[in-house]
Write a protein that binds this ligand. Structure first.
Ligand code: FES
Length: 94
């Protein structure tokens, strides 16, 4: 299974997750705090993360990300982005 390294709060946590899950789902399932004000529907940007490694192992940017102005690497909306392989994610803290 793909490995996801989360950098958050000065810590690093590595978890294994099923291909096809979103970064937000994986974070929440793993007890990693990640904001998600709109409930994971792509309408808020509070779940935005930075992809430190493995951008090529993520689903392509979708219309909701484009509509919210999340158009430039390394930024992605965690609720709209599915994993396909190993990635390293920096969680943005508010
Ligand atoms: S949770 Fe609102 S855009 Fe992802």
């Amino acid at each position: 299974m793909p490995k996801v390294n989360f950098h958050y709060n000065g810590q690093v946590k590595t978890v294994e997750a099923e291909s096809g899950k979103t970064i937000l789902q994986i974070a929440l399932d793993s007890g990693i705090p990640m904001e998600h004000a709109c409930g994971g529907n792509g309408f808020c940007t509070t779940c935005m993360c930075k992809v430190k490694e493995g951008m090529e192992n993520l689903s392509p940017r979708n219309d909701r990300e484009e509509n919210m102005g999340v158009t430039d690497d390394p930024d992605r909306l965690s609720c709209q982005t599915e994993i396909r392989g190993d990635v390293t994610i920096e969680v943005i803290e508010y």
